[in-house]
Design a protein around this ligand. Structure first.
Ligand SMILES: [Zn+2]
Length: 301
């Protein structure tokens, strides 16, 4: 019933969050990195600029299209091959993460490589770039769903702009949240502005009490623990497919305009998903480089 076998081909057009989403996750996470993490990460990237993680957040999306980088294309998503939404949504491992890998196994693998002092600086630098990117991708609900190739096959318009449901979640919806058109050129200032707004909600606003729960599965001691955490994040994102993104069934959205009421509900999910991804990335990197999440004992936890 679902075109599972076609997914790798169909997914070649998918980039994950667009520039705005990925940069915002990375720049938000920078605000919560511990001093030891900052120095390790900056030295690994050979970048002491104020946007060192934002600068590499999109790298994995260009690498997948380079000669030699194609192997990484499947690492940007996981095909939750459940009953067609909204009937059920669930990531079932290992069956939803085949031998070629998926975002869940890739997060575990590249976290291990990031920790491995026997690897070269170049190899560990690449691992860091993947980790920064994939912790963003896994927070996009339609990167965790097989139906309609992650809803790439569901054609929609967004305030008249022709796109598909997946791309709308990647780019059109986040851009609109900042008052930007789907095709707008994103500046670092746009991403920084969104990151600062989210940080305010995390530090003293509506997300403050949620942070501890967001870090429930944080553990970088073993590939198994890392995979367990990533699977939990993927399942959380996948839940939004059934509870919102495709809640009326795929056919109900095909050919429709989603710029009104649908957008109003989607923006809340995008907002919290990007906030969560930024916090999770910071705490993950802090565990790798400093042995603690950076949120222990603070008012935020
Ligand atoms: Zn991606």
């Amino acid at each position: 019933m679902k075109p599972t076998l076609l997914l790798p081909l169909l997914f070649t057009a998918v980039h994950g969050w667009g520039t705005l989403g990925h940069q915002t996750v990375a720049l938000l996470s920078q605000q919560y990195l511990l001093p030891r993490t900052i120095s390790s990460v900056q030295s690994l990237l050979n970048d002491t600029s104020s946007t060192y993680l934002g600068n590499i957040a999109l790298w994995a999306d260009s690498y997948r299209r380079e000669v030699g980088g194609e192997f990484s294309a499947a690492f940007h998503f996981v095909n939750g091959d459940d009953a067609p939404p909204p009937e059920s949504c669930e990531i079932i491992l290992p069956q939803d993460c085949p031998d070629g890998g998926c975002v869940v196994s890739a997060i575990a693998n590249y976290t291990e490589r990031l920790k491995d002092q026997h690897l070269t600086t170049t190899e560990r630098q690449q691992a860091l770039k993947f980790v920064v990117h994939f912790l963003g991708d896994i927070a996009q609900p339609l990167h965790t769903e097989a139906f309609g190739a992650g809803a790439n096959n569901i054609s929609v318009t967004f305030w008249g702009y022709t796109t598909n449901l997946h791309a709308a979640w990647d780019t059109s919806i986040p851009n609109a949240m900042l008052g930007l058109a789907p095709t707008a050129a994103i500046t670092t200032g746009d991403s920084l502005g969104w990151a600062n707004g989210l940080a305010a909600a995390i530090n003293a606003g509506k997300y403050r009490r949620l942070v501890k729960g967001w870090l429930k599965y944080h553990d970088v001691q073993s590939p198994k623990a890392e995979e367990k955490a990533a699977a939990a994040w993927a399942n959380e994102s996948n839940d939004h497919v059934c509870d919102y993104a495709i809640v009326r069934g795929g056919d109900a959205y095909n050919g429709t305009e989603i710029g009104g009421e649908y957008y109003d509900g989607a923006r809340e999910i995008v907002q919290v998903s990007v906030a969560k991804a930024g916090v999770r990335l910071a705490a993950w990197l802090n565990l790798v480089f400093a042995g603690e999440t950076g949120f222990e004992g603070s008012c935020r936890s």
